[in-house]
Design a protein. Structure first.
Lengths: 83, 585
C-alpha cells in the first residue's frame, strides 16, 4: 500500500513566494484602509496615514538591530555557567 | 458558614488527601479541587471576611472585594485547565506541591492584612521551588536552589518592610500605601522581586524553563500575577512603577529575541507582559487599574496556553531549543493551531483577549497624556508579536524541517489547550463578562474600525520586519548573560577570592606562627649564645661555612658559661613574689 503523501505545503518554494505576496498585500491594504479611518491624533505627530505601520516597522527594526548589538556582549556558549 | 471559608484552604487541605487516590481518580480529584474553589469564590459575598485571633493580632484570612474575586476566578480557572493538561502525571508529590502553590497564591489574594499575606507568600516560594525540582535533572536542582535563594531574599525584604510599617502605623492592615518611607519601599522591593522586575528578574527565565512540562504551565501563572495583585492593592499610582514597567516590557523583548530555548522565550515574554501590568499600576487611574487586572486575567490564560503548546512539543520530542526543532506543523497541527491562538492573543491581535485587555492600559496612558509611556508601550506591543507572536511558532513548527515526526500530543493536553484557546477568542470577541467583574466600572469599547486598522498595521508590519530580517534572527546555540551572572559567576568569583585570601592567610599563619617561629624560638632557647653569635656573623657578612665551623668548634653552650636553669628559676620566684605582694597587700 502506498503511504499517504505528507502535507508539506509550507516547505515548497512556490508557497513561500505566495505567502510573501500575501504579506505585502495585507500590509499595503492596511495602509490604504487608513484613509477611511477617523483617527484623533493624541500627541500631534501621530495623525498621518500609515503612522502605526511606520511605528511597527521602525520599532521592530530598531529592536532587532539593538538586540544584535547587545548580543555582542551578552551572548555566551551554552556551557558558559558549567565551567 | 461554608461560603465564608477561605478558598485557599480547599486546595491546601485538599492536597493532603492526594496520595490516597490511585490512578485516574487522583487526576479527577485534583481537577475537581480548583473547580470547587472556583464555584465557592463565585458564591462569596462582597465585603465578607474571616478572621482568626493569633499572637495578639486579628488575622484576616478572607477579604472579599471585586479585586480579590477576579484574581480568585482566574487562579482557580487556570488551575483546573492546568490539571486537565496534567492528566498523564501520576506523581502525587507534583500534584500536592502544585496544589500548595496555587492554594497559597489564592491565600495571598484573599489575605486581608500583611501578616496573613506574608504567611502565604512564603509557602508559595517554597512550594514553587519543589515544582522546579520535580524535573529531577541536575540543571533543575541548581536552578531551583538559585530560585529559592532569590525568593528568600525577596521575602526578607518584604518582612523587613512589614516590620517597619507595622511598627510605624501600629496596624497590620494592607490597603493602598500612601507613606513613602523605608518600610513601604522595602515592601515594594520584596513584591517587585516576585514580579520579576529588573535588576532582580533573571530568576524567572533561569528557573521556569527547567521545570517539568506541567510545572512550567503552572508556574507561569501564579508568582508574578500574585505580585501584580499585591501591587494593584498596595501601590496604585506610584510613579516609579511606570518606569519599572516600561523597562520590563523592552527588556523582555530584547532577551526573548536573543534566546534559543522556546520555553525560555516564553519566560522572557512573561516579564514583558508583566511590564505592561506594572506600568498600568504605576499610572494608577481607574482605567489602567482595570486594564492591569483585565490584562492579568487574559495573560494567565494565553500564557498558560503558550506554555502548554511548548510543553506538548517538549513532551513529544524531548526538545525545546529552536535549533533542534522545526517542521512540526506536519505532525502536530492541533498543537500548532492552539499555540498560534495563544501567540495571537499575547500579541493582542483584534479578535483575541489580548486586544480587549491591553488596549485599556495603553489608552489609559493616552488619557493621561503620557506620551513617552504610550510610545514605549506601542513599541513593546509591536515587539511582542516579533518574539512571542511569530518567533515561537515559526521556529517550533515551521522554519527548517529537522526530520522530527513525533505525532500529535495526548488527548488531555489537547482538551486543555482547546479550552484555553476558546477562552482567548471568547474574551476577545465578547469581553463584557470580564469587564463586569473588574474592580471599577468599565466604559470602554475596544473595537472601532480605526483602532483595529491601527493595531493590524502595527502587527503586520512587525511581521514583515521579522521575515525581512530572518537571517539576522537565525538561532544559534547560545545563552544570554543576564543579571544572574552576579550570583552565578560573581558568586563563584567571590568564593574563589575568599578562598584564596582567607585560606592564604591561614596557610601563611600556619607556616609562620604554628611552625617556623616556635621552631626558631625552641632552637634559640636551647642554644642562645651560638644563635646570637650566628646572627651577628650573618649580619656582618660571614659566609655559611665559617659560621658552621665556628659553631662546631666553639660550641659555646657546652661550656655552660650561662646556666639557663638558675636565671629562669630566679625570675619565676621573683614574679611569683610580685604577684603575692600585689594580690594580698
Amino acid at each position: 500500500m502506498k503511504q499517504k503523501k505528507e502535507f508539506d505545503w509550507f516547505d515548497r518554494p512556490e508557497s513561500i513566494k505566495k505567502l510573501w505576496i500575501m504579506l505585502y498585500a495585507i500590509c499595503g491594504l492596511l495602509v490604504v484602509a487608513d484613509f477611511f479611518t477617523h483617527r484623533h491624533p493624541h500627541f500631534g505627530f501621530d495623525g498621518f496615514v500609515g503612522f502605526y505601520a511606520l511605528l511597527g516597522f521602525v520599532s521592530c527594526s530598531v529592536l532587532i538591530l539593538f538586540s544584535k548589538l547587545v548580543a555582542l556582549v551578552l551572548k555566551a556558549k551554552e556551557a558558559y555557567y558549567d565551567k | 458558614m461554608i461560603s465564608d471559608f477561605p478558598p485557599a484552604a480547599i486546595l491546601i487541605l485538599g492536597a493532603l488527601l492526594v496520595p490516597f487516590f490511585k490512578g485516574n481518580a487522583k487526576n479527577w480529584y485534583v481537577i475537581l479541587l480548583p473547580a470547587v474553589a472556583f464555584y465557592l469564590i463565585s458564591q462569596l459575598q462582597i465585603g465578607s471576611s474571616w478572621q482568626v485571633h493569633f499572637f495578639g493580632f486579628d488575622l484576616t484570612f478572607l477579604r472579599v472585594d471585586k479585586l480579590s474575586k477576579v484574581f480568585g476566578y482566574i487562579f482557580t480557572l487556570n488551575a483546573t485547565a492546568a490539571f486537565v493538561y496534567a492528566f498523564y502525571v501520576k506523581d502525587s508529590t507534583q500534584h500536592m506541591t502544585a496544589l500548595f502553590y496555587i492554594g497559597s497564591a489564592l491565600g495571598v489574594v484573599f489575605a486581608g492584612d500583611l501578616v496573613a499575606l506574608y504567611f502565604f507568600w512564603e509557602i508559595m516560594a517554597v512550594a514553587s521551588t519543589f515544582l522546579i525540582l520535580a524535573r529531577k535533572t541536575k540543571k533543575a536542582q541548581a536552578a531551583g536552589m538559585r530560585y529559592i535563594l532569590v525568593h528568600v531574599f525577596g521575602g526578607l525584604c518584604l518582612l523587613a518592610g512589614m516590620v517597619i510599617y507595622i511598627t510605624e502605623t501600629g496596624s497590620i492592615a494592607f490597603n493602598a500605601m500612601t507613606d513613602r518611607n523605608l518600610g513601604t519601599y522595602l515592601i515594594l522591593i520584596g513584591i517587585l522581586i516576585n514580579a520579576a522586575a529588573p535588576p532582580m528578574q533573571a530568576w524567572l527565565a533561569d528557573a521556569y524553563p527547567e521545570a517539568t512540562v506541567t510545572g512550567g504551565v503552572i508556574l507561569s501563572a501564579y508568582t508574578t500575577k500574585t505580585a501584580v495583585y499585591t501591587l494593584v492593592r498596595g501601590f496604585p499610582g506610584w510613579e516609579i512603577l511606570i518606569v519599572v514597567g516600561c523597562i520590563m516590557t523592552i527588556y523582555g523583548i530584547i532577551y526573548a529575541l536573543l534566546e534559543n530555548d522556546a520555553r525560555r522565550i516564553l519566560a522572557y515574554s512573561i516579564i514583558n507582559q508583566v511590564g505592561f501590568m506594572v506600568c498600568g499600576v504605576g499610572i494608577g487611574t481607574m482605567m489602567t487599574i482595570n486594564g492591569t487586572v483585565a490584562h492579568a486575567f487574559c495573560h494567565i490564560i494565553y500564557k498558560s496556553l503558550l506554555w502548554m503548546s511548548a510543553g506538548s512539543v517538549l513532551y513529544m520530542t524531548g526538545k525545546s531549543k529552536c535549533t533542534d526543532l522545526g517542521g512540526l506543523y506536519k505532525t502536530m497541527p492541533l498543537t500548532l493551531i492552539f499555540g498560534t491562538i495563544g501567540a495571537m492573543a499575547i500579541s493582542s491581535f483584534p479578535g483575541t483577549s489580548g486586544f480587549t485587555s491591553k488596549s485599556l492600559i495603553i489608552d489609559g496612558a493616552v488619557h493621561e497624556h503620557l506620551v513617552w509611556v504610550w510610545l514605549v508601550l506601542e513599541v513593546a506591543s509591536a515587539g511582542v508579536f516579533l518574539h512571542a507572536g511569530i518567533k515561537f511558532p515559526y521556529f517550533d513548527f515551521f522554519a527548517k524541517d529537522k526530520g522530527l515526526r513525533p505525532g500529535e500530543t495526548n488527548k488531555s493536553m489537547l482538551i486543555a489547550m482547546a479550552f484555553m484557546s476558546f477562552l482567548c477568542i471568547f474574551l476577545g470577541l465578547y469581553p463584557q463578562p470580564l469587564y463586569n467583574i473588574l474592580p471599577y466600572e468599565v466604559h470602554y469599547q475596544a473595537y472601532s474600525f480605526t483602532h483595529v486598522v491601527a493595531q493590524l498595521q502595527l502587527l503586520m508590519l512587525s511581521a514583515l520586519v521579522f521575515f525581512l530580517f530572518l537571517k539576522l534572527l537565525k538561532r544559534t546555540e547560545t545563552i544570554s548573560i543576564d543579571t544572574d551572572w552576579v550570583y552565578r559567576k560573581g558568586g563563584r568569583l567571590f568564593y574563589y577570592v575568599v578562598e584564596r585570601v582567607l585560606n592564604g592567610v591561614n596557610a601563611l599563619s600556619d607556616r609562620a606562627i604554628a611552625r617556623a617561629i616556635p621552631a626558631w624560638l625552641g632552637r634559640f632557647s636551647r642554644t642562645p649564645v651560638s644563635s646570637m653569635v650566628t646572627l651577628y656573623m650573618r649580619a656582618t657578612g660571614k659566609d655559611r661555612r665559617s659560621i658552621e665551623d665556628f659553631r662546631r668548634e666553639a660550641n659555646p653552650e657546652a661550656t655552660t658559661l650561662l646556666p639557663m636553669g638558675m636565671p629562669v628559676f630566679i625570675s619565676i620566684v621573683f614574679l611569683f613574689s610580685l604577684f603575692v605582694i600585689f594580690a594580698f597587700f
